[in-house]
Write a protein that binds this ligand. Structure first.
Ligand code: ADP
Ligand code: MG
Length: 602
């Protein structure tokens, strides 16, 4: 019998391997650009034709290659970036498997021109389908140009499998965006079919975001900075009011490598939780810097997944960082409660930018952060609970009064409050007519109050004259126990007397007459649906449920002082625009809108 096992010829093996690494033109773009960055380039130019199918050309001014390396770089597992397997764990460069060029050359016609600065003349190599067709000396500036023509020319199945040029272009733009975002100090251009699509000048991350997404991003971004011993987070989030209805700019990087991470995405969504409407998505551009030993990178070059050794810590730090960034920015639109008759200057418009155009009539402390008393360094040795736990303010100063609404004097004297349909508060502001949903306004106020009480452990408790028993089945009782610490913080005084019974010895002062058993049952019900081992989420859940239950309902008559009080407190909140569930709390009918309306109707 003849032996039947044969080794595949190199070209065929490369072709097969190529399918994994190079799935579409965008994959080649990514690999070539990452190589250019690894070569230390400060300027990288990308040219494509026909969405990369006809041509992909990447030119860099990096270190270049020697003649031998220029030949070698097309070999499979040829890499200058790794020599020992353990290097895989400390590697910081982009690619490290030495597969990209071998793969590209297996399925395209590649021309490489490269020159090191110590060489007088460069070398040009043409490699088609893994076969070197030509090698000559060539005059050229220091750096490297890879020209990739007719991708998949010898793999027609692949070529036919490609999507429409528009779809392939979208992939290329996306890869270009991911690579350029985290390298703002490098200049890039991107030309497609003779048209320059991007011209990115070296600069900082903010400038890079503006270069990629438009200069109007200038006012949309909030910086995020959080340094701890094991994790650092830097970048920008998009302000809540610019959240998009479509999944838009959501960019996570780990050590500057783009990753997708639904769990960490959740941390950001959660940080924005009660500020953006349910159907909108937060935008972010964040780099998470960790010791490479703390992550387990899936070393497959096309994968965008990363496993963190301590993902809960990263979640907590990320959440806190975003929360801090939001807290430091006053998200409440500023409404000027000046006298309604003075209509000459329209300062009362809802000011969308954070520019302090409106003078501090508004009782909001923009630097107030409801979740932190101080911007402390988070020590990773701390349990992540501590990040959100008791106040970390070591000075013992009472800082909580900062956030409370102070009553703008003008309102007291000059404004009036009317109640519409026993559900809405109507009042005039300088720029028009403000209509506020009383129930939503009150839930926002209570929500922030309860959250804060939990943060500062300052919930007031009212002792019950006759402690009430609260009995559950065994499973519910053990769930309920998980909620107890937070419930105590908000003013419940609870004691477990046997495996299934708790005594309610005290209730939050705000409960005034409400049924505590009812409320605790609601809380448990919600917790069953949204069970979490994150303390912060438990707090959010409790604050939400309490706010929803205890806030004044629609169809409730309110006195004028009550309405006034409600409005004042609302605009003293950190976020006045939306209720904890994302619903809009008020609407403003401006004089201009009114004028326009009347004009069209007259
Ligand atoms: P890897 O990047 O994983 O090492 P590649 O196949 O992408 O594998 O590249 C192989 C080698 O070719 C690299 O390790 C590097 O030494 C060299 N190389 C590739 N592109 C460039 C470039 N633009 N400038 C200088 N050297 C390069
Ligand atoms: Mg590479």
């Amino acid at each position: 019998m003849l032996d039947v096992i044969k080794l595949l010829p190199d070209g065929v093996a490369n072709q097969i391997a190529a399918g994994e690494v190079i799935q579409r033109p965008a994959s080649a773009v990514k690999e070539l650009m990452e190589n250019a960055l690894d070569a230390g380039a400060t300027q990288i130019d990308l040219v494509v034709k026909d969405a990369g199918k006809a041509l992909i050309m990447v030119t860099d001014n990096g270190c270049g290659m020697s003649e031998t390396d220029a030949r070698m770089c097309f070999e499979r597992h040829a890499t200058s970036k790794i020599s020992k397997a353990e290097d895989l764990f400390s590697i910081r460069t982009m690619g490290f498997r030495g597969e990209a060029l071998a793969s590209i050359a297996a399925i395209a016609q590649v021309e490489l021109r490269t020159r090191r600065k110590e060489d007088e003349v460069g070398v040009k190599i043409i490699n088609e389908g893994s076969v070197v067709k030509e090698q000559t000396l060539a005059p050229m500036p220091v750096g490297t140009t890879f020209t990739v023509k007719n991708l998949f020319f010898n793999v027609p199945a692949r070529r036919n499998f490609l999507k429409s040029p528009a779809a392939e272009m979208r992939h290329i733009v996306e890869e270009f965006t991911r690579v350029t975002l985290m390298n703002p100090e490098v200049g890039f251009t991107f030309t497609s079919d003779g048209k320059e699509l991007y011209h990115l000048y070296p600069g900082n991350l903010k400038q890079r975001i503006m270069g990629l997404f438009g200069s109007h991003y200038d006012e949309k971004l909030l910086p995020v900075h959080q340094d701890t011993d094991r994790v650092s987070i830097h970048g920008y989030i998009v302000k809540a009011e610019f959240a998009k209805k479509t999944r838009g700019e959501q960019y996570f990087f780990v050590n500057k490598r783009f990753i997708k991470h639904p769990y960490l995405h959740h941390a950001i969504e959660n940080a924005f939780l009660e500020m953006i409407p349910k159907d909108s998505f937060p935008g972010y551009f964040l780099d998470i810097e960790v010791d490479p030993a703390d992550i387990d990178v899936n070393i497959h070059p096309t994968k965008t997944e990363v496993n963190f050794i301590d993902v809960k810590l990263v979640y907590a730090i990320l959440h806190a960082a975003v929360r801090k960034a939001i807290g430091q920015n006053n998200l409440s639109p500023m409404i000027d409660f000046d006298e309604p008759t003075n209509l000459g200057f329209d300062f009362g418009e809802v000011v969308k930018s954070s520019n302090p155009i409106v003078q501090p009539e508004v009782p909001v402390n923009p630097s107030y952060n409801p979740f932190r008393q101080h911007q402390e360094r988070v020590r990773p040795s701390e349990d992540w609970r501590l990040l959100y736990g008791e106040r970390t303010d070591q000075t013992g100063e009472e800082t909580s009064s900062e956030s409370r609404a102070e009553m703008p004097q003008q309102i007291e004297q000059k404004s009036r409050y009317l109640q519409l349909s026993q559900s809405y508060i109507v009042t005039t502001v300088k720029s028009g007519l403000l209509v506020i949903d009383q129930h939503l306004a009150h839930s926002r106020i209570l929500f922030e109050k309860f959250l804060k009480e939990m943060e500062t452990n300052s919930g007031h408790s009212q002792q019950e004259l006759f402690p009430q028993p609260f009995t559950l089945n065994v499973n519910d009782a053990s769930l309920f126990r998980e909620l107890m610490p937070e419930l105590q913080q908000v003013g419940f005084s609870l004691e477990q007397v046997n495996p299934t019974t708790f005594m309610i010895n005290g209730t939050p002062a705000d409960l005034s007459g409400g049924d505590p058993v009812d409320l605790l049952e609601k809380m448990l019900e919600n917790y069953k649906i949204n069970r979490t081992d994150l303390q912060l989420e438990r707090k959010l859940g409790i604050a939400k449920t309490m706010a929803a239950q205890l806030s004044v309902k629609s169809n409730t008559p309110l006195s004028e002082p009550e309405m006034q009080n409600l409005v004042d407190q609302l605009f003293g909140c950190n976020v006045a625009e939306v209720a904890p569930d994302g619903k809009k709390i008020y609407t403003l009918l401006t004089i201009e809108e009114l004028n326009g309306k009347l004009k069209t109707e007259n």
